[in-house]
Write a protein that binds this ligand. Structure first.
Ligand SMILES: N[C@@H](CCC(=O)N[C@@H](CS)C(=O)NCC(=O)O)C(=O)O
Length: 234
């Protein structure tokens, strides 16, 4: 377990906030991208999931669900990446750039976060966890089919749009960027079948927040999956 101030882009320091995270985790990377996108620096504590550091008595007091990320701002403790991103954007980003202030724009971002939480993320877990934790060395056919089905949904959602939530990257794109870039390791996105999704992934990968806060953990995930499975790593 190691503690540091986040030093990716780090401009406005919020000393009273702490994030417990593992770079390999897409949910943690979403929060890290949101922080970098707002140029916020907080205390970060690296947790080793493989060593069970997220299950220590101290961590269980903060989050009985035994998942990461966990976030604390003074007395407030949050343990869901979507809630953390929304809180940070609502509390510390006045412009409404990441989380639109108008009810329509805000609902669209909420809708995407529900899709991420309710559909994409469970499909990520179903594909990755047997490899990470159960000695399976491939992505199972049903999981591949479910992920392809999600790619098809996402391709439709991008019709006529450059970004998911608006004319610029919002929390929708940040939250999707972490999950979809990770799914792409497990089931590569075919650019002929999903041209809009693959262009969007290329576009979002060029954003500074992705470079500073997603790439390293994504490589770590890719390397780990490569060691444990027959999934081809690019
Ligand atoms: N809905 C939660 C999901 C969090 C979650 O499942 N985190 C994973 C890491 S990606 C975790 O902590 N897994 C614990 C484990 O692998 O034992 C969120 O978005 O924060």
């Amino acid at each position: 377990m190691g503690t540091s101030a986040s030093k990716r882009l780090s401009q406005t320091g919020l000393k009273h906030c702490t994030l417990w995270k593992a770079d390999r985790s897409p949910a943690c990377r979403a929060v890290m991208m949101a922080l970098d996108s707002m140029n916020l620096s907080i205390t970060e504590v690296d947790i080793n999931i493989d060593k069970g550091e997220h299950r220590t008595p101290e961590m269980l007091v903060l989050n009985p669900l035994q998942t990461l990320p966990v976030f604390k701002d003074r007395e407030l403790v949050l343990s869901d990446s979507h809630a953390i991103c929304t809180y940070l954007a609502g509390r510390y980003c006045d412009s409404g750039r990441l989380l639109p202030k108008d009810p329509g724009g805000r609902s669209l971002v909420d809708q995407h976060m529900h899709y991420n939480s309710g559909t994409l993320y469970p499909r990520f877990r179903a594909a990755a966890y047997p490899i990470l934790y159960e000695n399976c060395n491939f992505v199972m056919p049903q999981q591949i089919a479910d992920i392809e089905c999600a790619y098809s949904d996402l391709e439709s959602m991008l019709l006529g749009r450059t970004w998911f939530g608006g004319s610029w990257p919002t929390l929708s794109d940040i939250v999707f960027a972490s999950t979809i870039s990770t799914l792409n390791i497990l089931v590569p996105i075919d650019k002929n079948r999903y041209p809009r999704l693959s262009s969007w992934l290329f576009r979002v990968s060029e954003e500074l927040f992705f470079v500073t806060a997603n790439r390293k953990g994504l490589s770590e995930f890719s390397r780990r999956i490569g060691e444990l499975s027959q999934v081809q790593q690019s």
